[in-house]
Design a protein around this ligand. Structure first.
Ligand SMILES: O=C1O[C@H](COP(=O)(O)O)[C@@H](O)[C@H](O)[C@H]1O
Length: 254
């Protein structure tokens, strides 16, 4: 049975530091029993702040990064290196440093293909979704279509979206592992996202969110509101779901 825990931190900086410490400890714990370790990263304010906190943590030296594989829950379908790509922000905050100084193989970074016509790039969000799904399938066991992610991090927007699964959007009900998303209400309009089926296949899902603008939707999700209005309600891990909030984002709860 899946369990849920809500942890509230005083402010976004403490939240990011605590999430980073928790993430590094989770990787270490998993490495004690199996390898490789599969982690899904998120974009967004707290997601990137968490990666910056990992970069500055002494605990990162305890991890064997050579067996850690990094994925994304969603991506903005933009050219490689675009500052708005979740991949670009994660590389700048942490990943380039891990490759340069901590033994993370560049090949363990599994980004969603960028928009373009070069090697490894995709002409459409559909092509990017197909390629990303194939990459995921290559690391899946048995009949699964994706790895059993050890941790899947998700930010949450003020509208309650997670990954690129927005309220009232057809992608909410998408089948398969990965879905191309068009007409996103938050720019850019074209995106690629894991589906809820894939998110639910993760052993642990952690939702990280800060700020008073998130309070109403965090409360609605924790009160099991309708997925069409508050997609974050479907952010549930197979074994465990963690909600890591700052006090402002937690303030809407009873
Ligand atoms: O566009 C996105 O937004 C969400 C949340 O971002 P935030 O800045 O409000 O924290 C993020 O989780 C998602 O990965 C990203 O593509």
């Amino acid at each position: 049975m899946s369990t849920r825990l809500v942890v509230v931190h005083p402010d976004p900086t403490v939240l990011a530091e605590a999430a980073a410490a928790r993430l590094l400890t989770r990787i270490l714990d998993v490495q004690s029993v199996r390898s490789p370790v599969h982690v899904v990263l998120t974009g967004g304010t707290v997601g990137i702040k968490t990666l910056a906190a990992v970069a500055g943590s002494p605990l990162r030296a305890a991890v064997d990064w050579s067996v850690v594989h990094l994925w994304w829950g969603d991506e903005r379908f933009l050219p490689a290196g675009d500052a708005d790509r979740n991949e670009t922000q994660a590389r700048d905050a942490l990943l380039e440093d891990l490759v340069a100084s901590s033994g993370l193989p560049a090949g363990n970074i599994h980004a969603v293909p960028a928009r373009g016509d070069g090697p490894g790039e995709a002409a459409t969000a559909e092509d990017a979704a197909t390629a990303y799904a194939a990459e995921l399938a290559g690391y899946a066991a048995g009949d699964a279509t994706t790895p059993s992610f050890d941790v899947l991090l998700l930010g949450m927007g003020p509208d309650g979206h997670v990954a690129s699964l927005f309220p009232e959007h057809p992608a909410l009900g998408a089948a398969g592992a990965v879905v191309p998303v068009h007409d996103s209400p938050k720019p850019p309009p074209d995106r690629v996202s894991l589906t809820f089926a894939t998110i639910g296949h993760a052993r642990e899902v952690w939702v990280v969110a800060a700020g008073s603008e998130k309070a109403a939707q965090a409360a609605a999700a924790l009160a099991d509101g309708p997925v069409t209005q508050v997609p974050a309600v479907r952010a549930v891990g197979h074994d465990r779901t963690l909600w890591l909030l700052d006090a402002a984002a937690a303030a809407g709860r009873d």
